[in-house]
Design a binder for this molecule. Structure first.
Ligand SMILES: [Zn+2]
Length: 470
């Protein structure tokens, strides 16, 4: 079955059959604060896409930019009286830590807008746009893109620009721009920028956000991309502007396939700091949720459907993952001493295991794919209960899970990393009590461990501890 994805450009599902490595550009964070879970929803969708393409045998050359200069980063640095680079460095590092917590596969490159080679690439593009009449320097010394010079402007967002123009022209006198919708390519330095600025043919200043992505995408991936991703918020004007800048410079179609991830809501409302429903990854970790649980919640709704994030949803994720862990544990125990090499999946004959991947082939249908996983768990548990699952089948299921998990990245956390110190101390005491055959103390400690949310099972030689599911 061929891959097919929804293309924002055409609003249709399209067959996707790339030849050679897939050049994929994903708009990254503005590093002025910790990324929130709405940002991470989009990054998780991109991670799922990359992982699935890779499991399907493609090479994915993915780039994600870091916006480390804009109004927000400058404002933040000024407020803390820090040099811009020092201020953004903290949030860059935090971003990579968060990505690892959510098990995001790293991109090929994370170019930062302020890297000298990127600034040079942006200036070079703006120069070409000026030479060709697509840009102009206004009275405020900033350089703007002249959208009237690009007839395709609006094709991605499907906006009728003519209609927009007529209603905004009235207020145009307030601006130095020829038209209100013209966007800045190069912003002239002003006092608030402080020490932030670069020399350019148009004077001291800094790049606009849109040109950052165009220049970095071209520098690292070439003039034409296979896939460009982002959140729906990016469609207009950001991605529209990226298309305009690139296509006016190269004369080629910038990206073949545009994929956008829908919004994240919290308890049915827009997430905002003022509404008190604003979550960063870090704030959820502090409340005791794991990166794995948050990954599951942010991933398990189809990327084009708005995701309503709730704490109940996290609770349900915990339960689903617990079922998965129990199933893996059963299969691993069952096959522990088994020397059989896992048979080919097609020969298993118990379930349509390939349907997991086929569901993802169809515009990343994660709901259908996860349904295959949980149907498989239910069915194989039933066979295990009746002692009807063969060792070959059990091994085959584990091999299948290995492949599935290359996409999902939902393997259980290594125990040592998640076991709280308090629990491991109690386990050590309990081990001692059992060695001394002090069963009363052993039971008491087991109850105490249970109160902390862990259950202990005793095997012949050791205590096994698993997180309890409430
Ligand atoms: Zn971008």
């Amino acid at each position: 079955m061929p891959l097919s994805f929804h293309n924002t450009l055409t609003r249709q599902l399209e067959e996707f059959s790339p030849s050679g490595p897939i050049r994929m550009y994903t708009c990254g964070p503005t590093v002025y604060n910790y990324a929130h879970i709405g940002n991470f929803r989009a990054y998780l969708f991109e991670d799922l896409l990359q992982r699935h393409l890779e499991v399907r045998g493609h090479t994915v050359d993915r780039v994600m930019n870091l916006t480390d200069v804009d109004d927000k980063t400058i404002r933040g640095a000024n407020a803390q009286k820090l040099p811009l680079a020092q201020y953004t460095q903290h949030y860059k590092e935090a971003f990579f830590t968060d990505c690892a917590t959510l098990r995001l596969r790293p991109a090929m490159a994370y170019p930062a807008a302020t890297d000298p080679e990127n600034i040079a690439a942006m200036i070079a593009m703006i120069k070409t746009l000026m030479e060709r009449g697509h840009a102009y320097q206004a009275e405020d010394h900033s350089v703007y893109f002249r959208i009237s010079s690009f007839s395709n402007y609006g094709k991605l967002a499907h906006v009728d620009l003519e209609a927009q123009r007529s209603c905004v022209r009235i207020k145009n006198d307030e601006y130095a721009k020829e038209e209100v919708a013209d966007f800045a390519l190069w912003k002239a330095w002003d006092e608030e920028d402080g020490a932030v600025g670069w020399e350019s043919p148009w004077g001291q200043g800094r790049p606009g956000w849109h040109i950052e992505c165009s220049a970095m995408a071209r520098r690292l991936l070439g003039d034409q991309l296979d896939i460009h991703c982002g959140g729906v918020d990016n469609i207009f004007p950001h991605h529209e502007a990226e298309i305009a800048q690139c296509e006016c410079v190269t004369g080629k179609t910038f990206a073949r396939l545009w994929m956008h991830c829908a919004h994240l809501m919290v308890d049915g409302n827009k997430m905002s700091k003022s509404a008190g429903n604003f979550y960063t990854l870090r704030s959820l970790l502090e409340r005791g949720w794991s990166g794995r649980e948050i990954r599951y919640v942010l991933m398990n709704v189809h990327y084009r459907i708005p995701l309503n994030f709730t704490l109940e949803g996290l609770e349900a994720a915990r339960q689903s993952l617990h079922r998965l862990d129990e199933w893996l544990r059963r299969l691993q125990e069952y096959t522990a001493d088994c020397k059989i090499i896992a048979p080919l999946l097609e020969q298993l004959g118990i379930l349509q295991l390939s349907s997991f991947f086929e569901a993802l082939d169809q515009d990343l249908n994660i709901s259908a794919a996860l349904a295959v996983v949980f149907d498989t768990i239910r069915e194989s548990n039933r066979l295990l209960d009746r002692a009807e699952l063969t060792l070959e089948q059990a091994q085959g299921l584990l091999a299948w899970w290995g492949k599935v998990n290359e996409v999902l990245a939902l393997e259980p956390e290594p125990l040592a990393e998640i076991l709280p110190r308090e629990v491991s101390d109690l386990l050590a005491l309990r081990q001692q009590a059992r060695a001394e055959k002090n069963w009363q103390e052993s039971d008491r400690l087991r109850d105490q461990i249970a109160e902390l949310g862990w259950s202990v099972k005793d095997t012949k030689n050791e205590q096994k501890v698993v997180k309890r599911c409430f």
